[in-house]
Design a binder for this molecule. Structure first.
Ligand SMILES: NC(=O)c1ccc[n+]([C@@H]2O[C@H](COP(=O)([O-])OP(=O)(O)OC[C@H]3O[C@@H](n4cnc5c(N)ncnc54)[C@H](O)[C@@H]3O)[C@@H](O)[C@H]2O)c1
Length: 356
C-alpha cells in the first residue's frame, strides 16, 4: 500500500488535482495496487481563515507517514504578497531539501508545437532545475522602502555542493535513461562569481562522466537554440531562476502550461509532484482548466514507485485524448476539466495496462 499526501491548493489546483487523483485511483484499481490519499487544506482559504501556512511539523509528518506528495498550485489575488504560497511551496521544497526540479518537455502530438515542421521526435528533453538555491532563498532586503531612492537586494546563493548534486543527478539521469547528451547552462560571462562556480564544478564532473557528451551554453544562447533546433537537447541542467524560465519556454514548445508536469525530488526521499502551471485565478471554478499537467505529474509519481506500466498507461491515454481532440479549450478542444477526467479514466479501464 502506498500513501499519497494531496495538497490541492488554490485556484484551479483543486480541479486539476481531483482529476489526477481519479486517474491514480483508476490505474491503481486496474493494476490491483492499493493507494490511499489524505488531503491537506494548506491554501489561501486556510491562511485567510486562521493564519496557517505550512505547519511547523508538516515536513516531518509527510516524511514519516507518506510515500509521495501530489500538489496543485498556490496563488490567490486575496493574498497579494503571496506569503502563504511562498511559505507552503518553498517551505516544502527547502524543508524536504528537494533539490531536483525535474520538468520533462515531450511533444505528444506534432500539432501542439508552435514551431514549424517539428515532429514528436524533435522535441523530447528534460530540464533539471536546481531547486533549493539561487535567488529564491529569500535572502535580501529593501532599503528606503517607497522612497524615490528605494533599493531592493536579492541575494543569489550558489554553493559547490548545490551545483554538484544537481549536475551529478543530471549525468546519472542521462545514464539511467540511455541518453547521451547533457547541456549545462548559466550566465557565467555576466555573473562570474556564482555561475563561475557552476562552471568549475561542471568541468570537474564531466571528466567523471566521459560517456556523456557534455556541453555548456550561456542561457541566452540556449533559449535561442531551443527554438531554432530543439532536437539537439536531451538533458538540460540549470540554476534555479534560469531553469524556472526555461521550463516555461519548454512547456510552450510542447503545447503550453496546461500540459506540463514536474517532480521535486531528492533521491531516496519523498517526492513532490505538481503541474508546472500556477493557480490561473481567471480559470478557477469554471471547469476550463486543463488537467493534463497534473495527470502527467501523477505519471511521474507512480514511475518513482517503480510502477512503470502504470506510468506508461497514464501517458498513453493522455496522448490518445490529445490525438482524438478530447481536450480543454487551451489545446483547441471543447471539453471541460471533469469531462477530460472522465474520458481518461474510461479509456484507462477500456485499455487496461500495457504489456511489460
Ligand atoms: N507552483 C505554483 O504553485 C505556481 C507556479 C506559477 C505561478 N503560481 C501562482 O499562480 C498565480 C497565477 O500566476 P500566472 O498567471 O503567472 O501563471 P499561471 O500558470 O497560473 O497562468 C499562466 C497562463 O497559463 C494559463 N494556464 C495555466 N494553467 C492552465 C491550465 N491548467 N489549463 C489552461 N490554461 C492554463 C492561464 O490561463 C494563464 O493564461 C500567481 O499567484 C502565481 O504566483 C504558482
Amino acid at each position: 500500500m502506498r500513501r499519497v499526501a494531496v495538497i490541492p491548493g488554490d485556484g484551479i489546483g483543486p480541479e486539476v488535482i481531483a482529476v489526477a487523483v481519479r486517474v491514480l485511483q483508476t490505474v491503481g484499481e486496474i493494476a490491483g495496487r492499493r493507494l490511499e490519499f489524505v488531503e491537506f487544506d494548506w491554501s489561501a482559504d486556510r491562511y485567510l481563515r486562521d493564519g496557517t501556512t505550512l505547519p511547523a511539523d508538516a515536513p516531518a509528518q509527510l516524511v514519516q507517514e507518506f510515500d509521495a506528495i501530489l500538489f496543485g498550485a498556490l496563488g490567490d489575488p486575496r493574498v497579494p504578497d503571496n506569503r502563504h504560497a511562498a511559505e507552503i511551496l518553498l517551505g516544502l521544497r527547502f524543508g524536504l531539501d528537494l533539490y531536483v526540479n525535474l520538468r520533462p518537455c515531450q511533444l505528444l502530438d506534432a500539432r501542439l508545437t508552435p514551431l514549424r515542421g517539428r515532429s514528436e521526435q524533435d522535441l523530447n528533453f528534460v530540464i533539471l532545475r536546481e531547486n533549493t538555491e539561487g535567488p529564491y532563498v529569500g535572502l535580501g532586503g529593501v532599503f528606503r522602502r517607497a522612497m524615490p531612492e528605494e533599493l531592493g537586494l536579492e541575494v543569489d546563493i550558489n554553493t559547490a555542493r548545490g551545483a554538484e548534486r544537481i549536475l551529478r543527478y543530471g549525468f546519472d539521469y542521462a545514464r539511467r535513461n540511455g541518453l547521451k547528451r547533457l547541456c549545462m547552462t548559466d550566465k557565467s560571462n555576466a555573473m562570474p562569481h556564482g555561475h563561475g562556480l557552476w562552471q568549475r564544478v561542471f568541468q570537474r564532473l564531466r571528466t567523471e562522466y566521459a560517456d556523456i557528451e557534455a556541453r555548456h551554453l550561456y542561457v541566452d544562447t540556449l533559449a535561442a537554440e531551443l527554438v531554432r533546433d530543439p532536437g539537439q537537447f536531451q538533458v538540460i541542467v540549470a540554476p534555479n531562476l534560469l531553469g524556472d524560465i526555461l521550463s516555461d519556454l519548454g512547456a510552450q514548445l510542447v503545447g503550453g502550461l496546461g500540459l506540463a508536469p514536474s517532480a521535486n525530488l531528492h533521491p531516496g526521499r519523498i517526492g513532490l509532484y505538481e503541474p508546472v502551471h500556477g493557480s490561473a485565478p481567471s480559470l478557477a471554478g469554471r471547469n476550463l482548466a486543463n488537467p493534463m499537467g497534473a495527470v502527467l505529474s501523477s505519471a511521474l509519481l507512480v514511475e518513482d514507485f517503480g510502477w512503470r506500466r502504470e506510468a506508461r498507461a497514464i501517458r498513453a491515454v493522455v496522448q490518445a485524448a490529445i490525438r482524438t481532440g478530447q481536450t480543454t479549450p487551451d489545446l483547441g478542444g471543447s471539453q471541460g476539466t471533469q469531462q477530460v477526467g472522465d474520458w481518461l479514466c474510461n479509456e484507462l479501464i477500456r485499455r487496461g495496462l500495457p504489456e511489460d
